[in-house]
Write a protein that binds this ligand. Structure first.
Ligand code: AMP
Length: 418
């Protein structure tokens, strides 16, 4: 069911509490906290514009990182206020708290069109506990609640869920922002009855993370193309050898069931026909868990479906890129989530970039609708400078996966239906 949005409310002079996803990557450089990717801030500007034009008094709430209920200075949202002000060329006030008298007094003094950003809601443990009393405190400054934080909507937290319940109970509108609306449209409505062929590309590390999405999409897709380490669990299910590749032997049954379901439903289920492999050699360095960091040496393409015991599969090979690109070229709707290999290493990025090019081409040349389900695939498209060549890129990682699984996201459920 579609949700009411900021376009459906009259915000004039109202105090609008807007939950945003400003969980941006931030690094210390020369004693300054620097935001290294401002996409999430930029994505909220259309909603802010609507509220500013309507003369709302805007109070923004967000989280940054995982301070786990403590005031962790490196996770302050102060630099985000500065960045936002810069991006929208108007003042953005900042307060070092998100509840209490100071917040109420400042919010009450806001004029139409003014913007106030509150400090990290996760400085309070009550936020992640979805604590009702904390939600009451947050709601004190909200005549209207807007949620534009799709990336946080899969969590039932006080600022995404309980606060909306409080506002709604006293008759205040609880509506979606324009980014939230777009996410729900592309990941939801547009995939209900997609123009066919509908091609799904899934990659990434683990079958276990994506098996529910696979299962659901097997009911809808015409073809599913598998890449990433996930492919090796499917290869195990087919009785093939995967050498030292990342795989989940305990999930082989799930993989087998998916292969069986694909056959029954007549869904093309493609696995890599060749791989880029490398020889892992332990280095003197240890990772966070105390295991030796591996140096991946001697990368090469291997067309044998069995990977030798000493080798690690790190990307899809050239024949697979070609085969997948052909299927993608025939698609009318494309959904892509997850890289085809360890694309963070340029030596193993060609599979992911090849798929990115095929998706961009299908969109631009054939008019296919391409929907990118967030996370690493978005990163890969942006790195390849193809971000503007696809139809839609989700800002949610975990949220988009859960939504694609068909789950109702708590932060969405709490908003009013149209
Ligand atoms: P996910 O979060 O499940 O989408 O997984 C993304 C991660 O999977 C990325 O960090 C990739 O480096 C990793 N990945 C993809 N393919 C492989 C592979 N063949 N071996 C190891 N890691 C991989």
């Amino acid at each position: 069911m579609a949700k009411l949005t900021v376009n459906d409310i009259d915000g004039r002079n109202k105090r609008v509490l807007m939950r945003v996803d400003y969980n941006v990557p931030i690094e210390e450089k020369d004693g300054q906290m620097v935001i290294t990717d401002d996409t999430r801030i930029r994505e909220t500007i259309p909603t802010l514009d609507v509220l500013i034009n309507r003369g709302a008094r805007i109070i923004l709430a967000a989280h940054l990182g995982r301070p786990k209920g403590k005031r962790e200075p490196s996770m302050s949202l102060r630099p985000v206020a500065v960045k936002l002000a810069d991006m929208i060329a108007r003042p953005v006030a900042f307060l070092d708290d998100c509840i209490g008298d100071k917040v109420e007094n400042t919010a009450n003094a806001l004029k139409p069109g003014d913007i106030l950003l509150l400090e990290n809601v996760r400085y309070y443990a009550e936020e992640e506990a979805n604590d009702p009393a904390f939600a009451e405190k947050l709601a004190k400054i909200a005549d209207i609640y807007v949620n534009d934080a799709f990336g946080a909507a899969h969590r039932a937290h006080a600022s995404t869920e309980a606060v909306a319940r409080v506002v709604a109970k006293r008759g205040g509108p609880c509506v979606a922002g324009l980014l939230m609306e777009r996410e729900l449209k592309f990941l939801g409505e547009e995939l209900q009855n997609p123009p066919r062929p509908f091609v799904v590309i899934l990659g990434g590390a683990k079958v276990s993370d994506k098996i529910k999405v696979i299962d659901r999409l097997l009911d809808k897709a015409d073809a599913i193309l598998i890449g990433g380490a996930m492919a090796y669990t499917f290869k195990l299910a087919q009785g093939l050898k995967v050498g030292k590749s990342l795989a989940e032997p305990d999930k082989v049954n799930l993989a087998r069931e998916a292969l069986e379901k694909a056959k029954q439903r007549n869904v093309k289920f493609l696995l890599p026909v060749d791989n880029i492999v490398a020889t892992p050699v332990p280095t003197a360095k240890l990772d966070k868990k105390g295991r030796p960091v591996m140096d991946l040496q001697n990368p090469r393409a291997l067309s044998d479906p069995n990977i030798p015991d000493s080798e690690d599969g790190v990307d899809i090979g050239p024949a697979t890129i070609k085969a997948y690109s052909e299927v993608i070229a025939g698609a009318k709707t494309i959904l892509w989530n997850g890289p085809m290999g360890i694309f963070e290493d340029p030596r193993f990025a060609e599979g992911t970039f090849g798929v990115a090019r095929a998706v961009a081409d299908a969109t631009q040349k054939n008019g296919a609708k391409s929907i990118i389900g967030g996370g690493d695939s978005v990163k890969a498209l942006n790195t390849a400078k193809l971000g503007d060549k696809v139809t839609f890129m989700s800002t949610g990682g975990g949220a988009s996966l859960e939504f694609l699984e068909g789950l109702e996201l708590p932060g969405v459920a709490a908003l009013a239906d149209k």
